[in-house]
Design a protein around this ligand. Structure first.
Ligand SMILES: NC(=O)c1ccc[n+]([C@@H]2O[C@H](COP(=O)([O-])OP(=O)(O)OC[C@H]3O[C@@H](n4cnc5c(N)ncnc54)[C@H](O)[C@@H]3O)[C@@H](O)[C@H]2O)c1
Length: 383
């Protein structure tokens, strides 16, 4: 079969620019998609940064203005790996220019911003996806398989948390490179749109829609020096966020995220409790899925730890031999492989912009609930 080429234009060369570039380079060798990905151009505001990144990762050319990148006729896919405040403008322009669009999470800074992005890609009819990469960790994909097979029976509880500790110091400034996450104007919100967005995306994919939420948030350090403005400014992001939720299927949930959990760097955990069994997953041990099945014979019944490395486990047949595990970066490679397969088969890769909008409706409801100290119904919209 003749191979096609797909020319990628990446915007942003920070943390996610690196994970995506690695995925673009590895997907061909391990997944043999029908497309050859060509790293056509990378865009950063600094020409030096763009050139250095291009040299490291093998991009053919550089741009210093994303508008110039979007205008280029030799780019098929615009990949957005920049801070949240830039997502909507770039994605909408890219869609209008007829480009496929891949965008980092959260899709927009609010559901209203995300809805405009959904409208743009759907009006243009361009393939689109959002990088909620944790779905593509093989153990999480296996959890999805078990839930869909009905192994857990009726679901009663969903429990997720995402804990970090990197903003505890009051001396840490806000704004600018590396610290834009503390600036609400750029990030949209704090841990709700950043960390909880991941938890909510995985939760709704595994357990269906969230109907209503009751939340509390806190900003522990109320003022920080702003590196761009050059003055001490109020901090308006949520440093910590916790909420109760009721799913459409009647199950109850607790979600928690913070950047003030001393000792935790990126502890994303989830657990589902059903009538017949439970499953649990932990990002620090991401290649394992813990399973409990109450139907096992009594004397050997207990939690099992599945080392998700067999060739019949999701994606693992593409990697090494059974028993050898893979890591974080592979989740991005898997998502790109699925995207390219979707282009071949015409099946929309999930999460699409429309599906990711659902998460933004939940994060909006969480922030509103915390502000008003009330239960809030999640707005409809999204897939
Ligand atoms: N999927 C995940 O697990 C995950 C993890 C981290 C970050 N993210 C998301 O990825 C996005 C980027 O986060 P990051 O951690 O890579 O940030 P980062 O600060 O490491 O990198 C951002 C990059 O964008 C560049 N940039 C900023 N404005 C630009 C502009 N106008 N034009 C061109 N380049 C510009 C910066 O110079 C920098 O290179 C955010 O939306 C974030 O929420 C997702």
């Amino acid at each position: 079969m003749a191979r096609k080429t797909l020319n990628v234009g990446l915007v942003g060369c920070g943390f996610m620019g690196r994970t995506h570039s690695n995925a673009f380079r590895q997907v061909r060798t391990f997944f043999d998609p029908g497309y050859d990905l060509v790293l056509k151009a990378v865009c950063a505001r600094s020409g030096d940064a763009a050139r250095s990144f291009a040299e490291t990762w093998g991009y053919e050319s550089v741009e210093t203005d994303w508008k110039a990148l979007v205008a280029r006729p030799d780019i098929d896919l615009i990949d957005i790996a920049t801070p949240n405040s830039t997502h909507a403008e770039i994605a909408i322009a890219a869609a209008k220019a007829g480009k496929m669009v891949a965008c980092e999470k959260p899709l927009g800074r609010s559901a209203a911003e995300s809805a405009a992005m959904v409208e743009a890609v759907e009006a243009a009819g361009v393939p689109n996806m959002v990088w909620y990469n944790y779905r593509r960790v093989p153990a999480v994909m296996l959890a999805k398989q078990l839930v869909e097979e009905g192994r857990l029976g009726r679901i009663f509880h969903y429990r997720a948390k995402f804990l970090q500790d990197w903003t505890i110091s009051a001396d840490l400034p806000q704004g600018g490179a590396g610290l834009w996450r503390l600036d609400a104007a750029v990030a949209g919100s704090g841990v709700t749109g950043d960390l909880l967005a991941h938890c909510i995306d995985t939760a709704m994919w595994l357990n269906g829609g969230i109907r209503e939420v009751s939340a509390m948030t806190e900003t522990f350090i109320r003022e920080r020096h702003h590196t761009v403005i050059g003055q001490v400014q109020p901090v308006t992001i949520d440093d910590a966020s916790a909420f109760l939720a009721r799913f459409d299927n009647g199950s109850l949930a607790t979600f928690e995220a913070t950047r003030y959990a001393r000792g935790h760097k990126a502890l994303y955990t989830l657990e589902i409790n059903g009538e017949h069994g439970s499953i649990a997953w932990d990002l620090h041990d991401l290649h394992r899925l813990e399973i409990f099945d109450h139907r096992d014979p009594g004397i050997t019944r207990g939690w099992r730890s599945i080392h998700v490395t067999d060739s019949d486990h999701p994606y693992m047949g593409r990697w090494w031999v059974p028993g050898l595990q893979i890591g974080y970066e592979h989740s991005f490679i898997h998502q790109m492989a699925d995207f390219l397969e979707g282009l071949e088969t015409g099946v929309t890769t999930i999460p699409s912009f429309r599906e990711a909008l659902r998460t933004d409706h939940v994060t909006d409801a969480v922030l509103r609930s915390a502000r008003d100290r009330q239960w809030v119904k999640v707005a409809a919209g999204g897939a």
